[in-house]
Ligand binder design. Structure first.
Ligand SMILES: [Zn+2]
Length: 202
């Protein structure tokens, strides 16, 4: 009986091990993210640096099985610290050297203008017409501003760090009013290796 119990425990233990959660981030990504605490800003990659430019131009991949992952929580916290230090309204993970589909964007359209995380974001719908957004800019392109072609609104999907799915329509493309729709498009482009200087208009 004892032997049978032992065997049962061994088999169940092996099953549990094989069901272990797969790693959310690679060892290299984990090393980069865990190099600082929540209060440590990332170095923001710049297009003027050749190595940085290659990373900024690389399309990112989705994050799998991420709900409540501690490395993800640290990545988000460090991105928030970086965004505050740089006085920005949005930042995408590739700007910190992490080639994953995740970014922060400021909800200028909501009271208190909270900074919201978007994981595995998608643009699911947009109008046929575009607008010329005045004075776009980017933390990775210092000292350069320009007008960019944008959709006036976008319907989007994204997850938060708990794995909850959000579906909503974002509006606003005016410097005077709000430009939440533009921030989302700008950051979403980053995850695809696209920069605002690729979309200039007069
Ligand atoms: Zn940018």
């Amino acid at each position: 009986m004892k032997k049978l119990l032992l065997l049962l425990c061994t088999v169940m233990g092996a099953m549990l091990l094989s069901c272990k959660r797969p790693a959310v981030f690679s060892g290299e990504e984990k090393a980069l993210i865990c190099r600082g605490t929540a209060q440590t800003p990332f170095r923001v990659l710049k297009i003027t640096n050749t190595q940085d430019a290659i990373i900024l131009r690389t399309p990112c991949s989705d994050i799998e099985n991420f709900a409540n992952d501690s490395t993800l929580a640290l990545l988000i916290a460090r991105l928030k610290t970086t965004l505050a230090a740089e006085n920005g309204v949005g930042i995408a993970a590739p700007q910190a050297g992490v080639l994953r589909n995740i970014f922060l964007f400021m909800r200028l359209d909501l009271p208190g203008e909270p900074v919201v995380v978007a994981i595995n974001p998608r643009i699911t719908s947009h109008p046929d017409t575009t607008v010329c957004f005045v004075r776009d800019g980017c933390l990775s392109i210092p000292g350069v501003g320009g007008n960019s072609i944008r959709y006036p609104w976008v319907e989007v999907e994204y997850y938060n760090e708990k794995g909850e799915l959000f579906r909503e329509r974002l509006e606003g493309y005016s410097r005077q009013d709000t430009f939440t729709a533009v921030i989302f498009q700008h950051e979403y482009d980053h995850t695809r290796g696209i920069l605002f200087i690729d979309k200039l208009c007069r």
